[in-house]
Design a protein around this ligand. Structure first.
Ligand SMILES: [Zn+2]
Length: 992
């Protein structure tokens, strides 16, 4: 039992990220950290130190947080009492300030609670500050329920219902899964291994630097569920300067010994149901939760491995290799299937499924591959140190059970696993290559260059392209058998399918019988996208529509604020379809359908039935800078996403996808792009992509280097138009219109001006020529720098989908001024920002709500409830009303500024007042104060209408001060300044 690393008690300890919010946290952490005494292995010491801190943390938590719920209850009680006293006879100054301070505690508590729930719910897209506890509880509890296993069916079909037998069954299953069956180990010889360079092998071994370690830590996700040690990565990020010395020592020790001790590499396995009704254990996906220390080590190592993978991984593998992307494989597959269909040749697509791919990897085979691929003995020792020190406890319904020592497999959740898996899977590509060389297999031959594509891999997702000859498929089958035997990666044939091209059903079935798999029909779902379907048909897009509508039904709209709904639309409604939209062109009717869903969701109110669409949809879609919410029109987003291919094409000349496109479509006359004239009408994705070229080429610019690739007359490289357009008379008589800059000008100054005209030039043409020569007077060629293409819309000069999208959106409407800085750049919660956005559009009119809720209160809708004199409009309510303007005056007095109230609230937001100076803090606090004022006036208006409550302006001012201070307190600019200090003196905290 001594060596059992799982001594963490019945319910595992979890670090709560809300603790980081406590002002004393870091100070305490530093004390605890340095308070630990111990000796021995650095890694072991580090883990024990964390244990020590954990014990301290538990005490501290009890002492300084208490039970959040209890604390909140007591504050709410107090507040209710204050309200009661107020109803009876009003509060004196003392009680008023007591109430304000209790309110402050409540707000802080809510902020902490929110962080707590955010961590539990793992809803990353809802920003801090859009607090909606009810909603979080719903999500968090929902997750917990889904994971709870009440009964389980074992292998013999018996349904187990009691906790003990369920646990026993689960443990038995994982013991079997992670144990390597005894037997010989195999190697392969005679393959082209394409080993990494000696230089790379040396670099992989170099000592670890502090910078490298810190970079890895900050790349990791701070909120992800912690492993057996219970610490989230957030702690390591926040307390980096406290822990770094010890951590660097752990790395130095690992560098020397290659040993990872058992407590560092203990993992929890969590069972995540794959479907809603999970009955058998195979219906669950095991995910490993690993300790924070191991996660950091593995992250650093995987960062290094990532940098060398492209040297040794075959071009048919698309995953985890720098510069290769998942969509590349889907594009290639769609293009070559389409071409094969058009050619009339018979062909077969074979999609296989590896059985439990990660879990079955044999360690000795992995080591064999690493050796063959040129990794050093030290690196191999590190890798086997990492994979073989693993031990598992299974989390069954929240508590840790058993202890399984693994002897094979890679863990899902270990940052190293994807890269190691890719190395193992590469052997299959190498075996296929060998078979191709010996003409045992051919694959598809694509386009005019007869580019060979026999298979594509993306992690464990593998698909083969073959002709319909039986011998060839027989060869493939035996290759797969051999590979499964030596690597542990066995093909699950009854989950694998073949699909025929120009092939009759009988022939296809015969092949399926021979391969022992299913014969299926088109389209295929490949890497989440359709392969061989027709993007012009509405049915093609059904999965997108279905996914969006099921997401929407899943959310409890009632618990979402307006701001929350915006965030949701942006995250799931926009990001969900963008995977499809990055490759396929969406038909207008489908785009309209999705936009309607977004629209209805945005304006769906809280239990009020159908609500008006307050702001026009075309305004909502506009970029934030010109007054919209930046949701964007789906068709433009689609074009912008497709444009990315055009940018990548000339830059990725050696990539397989480039070769395939080049082979099918040929080159553009400019020598950079693929031919954009696609004559045949078909369903392949590239045709739609090529159509984006016109808009795309208007934006790209050429940057002259040596002048070898840019065409002198035809390309856009000088001024706003190509020179051929600027000097049409000269261009007409030029012999070679496609000539490059360097051929015209020669490599160096003075330029040799090698222009060939068909005839002698006339006087006016000579004038033109002189003008042209003068205009190139300041041009220099740089012989050692190749010509390049640049994307002028982003500061880096590199293409971004966002900038292309903005360019497309802006070109279709005249830009207006919108106080976007005031609305969106302020440091206030997102839901407040979206409220201010409505105010800026003067769309917070809720007289209709008043009518619905309290018909008896329906004053004349024109009267302002604050002064009962003037009509209610946004300008009046938030600016000119005597009560409001008093508050504004007070704010400006505090800033010692004279001001004249502008005509409208819109102008008020547009003027850059800088009342608290030019410092970062001054700007943050001034914006917070102005927004708090607007918010508080709105609350007051509603309180008077709906709750019959009326507060005086002194009270309102206190609320503004509190609210603005709280928002500022949560911002980066005020990090480390306590809330009460900010509240005390705004001018002082903003003075540098
Ligand atoms: Zn008024």
């Amino acid at each position: 039992m001594d060596t059992n690393p799982f001594m963490w008690g019945p319910t595992p300890f979890r670090f709560e990220n809300m603790w980081l919010q406590h002002t004393k946290f870091k100070e305490n952490f530093r004390d605890w950290w340095s308070g630990f005494q111990g000796n021995g292995w650095e890694g072991h010491k580090f883990m024990r130190r964390l244990q020590y801190v954990k014990a301290k943390l538990k005490e501290w938590n009890k002492f300084s947080f208490g039970e959040l719920k209890e604390k909140k209850k007591s504050i709410l009680n107090d507040l209710a009492n204050f309200d009661a006293i107020e109803q009876e006879g009003g509060l004196n100054l003392d009680l008023l300030s007591q109430r304000a301070s209790r309110k402050g505690e409540l707000e802080e508590l809510i902020l902490r609670e929110e962080i707590h729930w955010r961590q539990k719910a793992k809803v990353k897209w809802v920003k801090e500050g859009d607090c909606n506890s009810k909603f979080y509880h719903k999500v968090a509890n929902g997750r917990r329920n889904r994971k709870y296993i009440k009964e389980l069916e074992n292998e013999r079909g018996l349904v187990l219902k009691n906790a003990e037998s369920i646990t026993e069954e689960i443990l038995h299953y994982f013991e079997k899964l992670y144990t390597n069956p005894t037997g010989e180990s195999w190697g392969v010889e005679g393959l082209d291994w394409s080993p990494i360079s000696e230089e790379s092998a040396l670099r992989l071994d170099s000592p670890f630097t502090e910078e490298e370690i810190s970079k890895a830590i900050f790349q990791l996700d701070r909120d992800k569920a912690p492993g057996p040690d219970g610490f989230t990565i957030a702690v390591f990020q926040e307390c980096w300067d406290v822990i770094k010395e010890e951590l660097v020592r752990v790395f130095a020790e690992f560098h020397r010994s290659g040993i990872i001790n058992q407590s560092t590499n203990a993992s929890f396995i969590v069972l995540i149901p794959k479907k809603s009704l999970s009955k058998r254990i195979s219906d669950f996906r095991p995910i490993s939760l690993i300790t924070s220390l191991y996660k950091i080590i593995a992250k650093v190592l995987s960062g290094r491995l990532r940098g060398v993978l492209h040297e040794t991984i075959h071009y048919s593998q698309g995953a985890f290799v720098q510069g290769r992307q998942i969509l590349d494989a889907v594009l290639i597959a769609n293009e070559i299937v389409d071409e094969r269909r058009r050619s009339g040749e018979e062909g077969v697509v074979f999609k296989i499924d590896f059985e439990k791919a990660y879990d079955h990897v044999k360690w000795d085979f992995l080591d064999h591959v690493l050796e063959k691929k040129g990794f050093s003995p030290r690196w191999r020792k590190w890798m086997s140190g990492c994979v073989s020190s693993v031990s598992y406890a299974i989390l069954v319904n929240g508590s840790a059970k058993g202890w399984v020592k693994a002897s094979r497999g890679l863990r899902q959740g270990d940052p190293l696993s994807p890269f190691l898996f890719t190395l193992v899977a590469d052997v299959l590509s190498r075996m296929l290559m060998r078979a191709e060389e010996r003409n045992l297999m051919e694959g598809f031959r694509v386009g005019r260059n007869r580019t060979r594509v026999s298979h594509l891999q993306f992690a464990d997702d593998t698909i083969f392209f073959s002709n319909s000859r039986e011998e060839e498929l027989q060869t493939l089958k035996s290759l797969l058998l051999v590979f499964g035997h030596i690597s542990g990666l066995k093909v699950n044939l009854n989950k694998s399918s073949i699909y025929g091209i120009n092939l009759d059903q009988v022939h296809l079935s015969r092949l399926a019988v021979m391969l022992d798999c299913k014969a299926s029909g088109w389209p295929i779902l490949y890497l989440g996208l359709p392969l061989g379907g027709n993007p012009k048909a509405c049915g093609f897009w059904d999965p997108v529509i279905e996914r969006i509508s099921s997401r929407l039904d899943g959310w409890q709209k009632a618990y979402l604020s307006f701001g929350g709904r915006i965030t949701l639309i942006q995250s799931c409604l926009t990001h969900l379809p963008s995977y499809f939209l990055s490759l396929f062109k969406i038909p207008a009717s489908v785009a309209a359908k999705i936009e309607k869903m977004q629209r209805d969701f945005l304006w769906s109110g809280v239990g009020e039935g159908k609500r008006d669409h307050l702001v026009r949809w075309d305004v909502v879609c506009k970029p934030k800078t010109i007054g919209g919410l930046g949701l964007g029109n789906i068709s433009w987003r689609n074009l912008a996403l497709l444009g990315k291919w055009l940018w990548r094409y000339p830059r990725e000349g050696s990539a397989l996808w480039h070769q395939v496109i080049l082979s099918i479509y040929g080159s553009h006359s400019n020598g950079w792009d693929a031919n954009t004239l696609v004559r045949w009408s078909h369903r392949c994705p590239w045709k739609a992509i090529a159509q984006v070229f016109q808009g795309f080429s208007l934006i790209t610019r050429y940057v002259v280097g040596n002048g070898d690739r840019i065409r002198f007359w035809e390309d856009l490289w000088r001024g706003d138009q190509p020179l051929g357009t600027q000097y049409p008379r000269l261009f007409r008589v030029v012999v070679d219109k496609n000539i490059s800059i360097s051929s015209v000008l020669g490599p160096s100054r003075p330029f040799s001006w090698n222009l060939n005209f068909r005839r002698n030039l006339s006087d006016s043409e000579i004038e033109d020529l002189e003008g042209l020569m003068r205009s190139l007077d300041d041009l220099y060629l740089s012989p050692s720098v190749p010509d390049a293409r640049l994307w002028p819309l982003s500061s880096s000069g590199l293409f971004s989908v966002k900038s292309f999208f903005l360019a497309l959106s802006q070109s279709s409407g005249s830009p207006q001024n919108f106080p976007s800085k005031f609305v969106w750049k302020s440091q206030v919660p997102f839901k407040v920002k979206s409220f201010v956005w409505l105010v800026a559009h003067k769309k917070v009119n809720t007289n209709d709500m008043l009518q619905v809720r309290r018909p008896y209160k329906a004053l004349s809708p024109d009267i302002c409830i604050l002064c009962m004199k003037h009509g209610e409009s946004a300008d009046h309510l938030f600016l000119h009303c005597p009560l409001t303007i008093g508050l504004w005056h007070r704010l400006f007095q505090l800033a010692k500024m004279d001001w004249v109230p502008p005509r409208s609230i819109y102008d008020m937001m547009s003027i850059n007042f800088k009342g608290f100076g030019n410092s970062k803090r001054g700007i943050v606090l001034w914006q917070a104060a102005s927004i708090a004022l607007i918010r508080v006036v709105w609350w007051e208006r509603n309180a008077r209408i709906f709750e019959d409550k009326e507060r005086n302006s002194e009270f309102l001012w206190d609320s503004i001060v509190f609210l603005a201070s709280l928002w500022a307190f949560c911002s980066k600019a005020f990090k480390g300044t306590p809330l009460n200090v900010i509240q005390l003196d705004w001018i002082a905290v903003c003075t540098p």
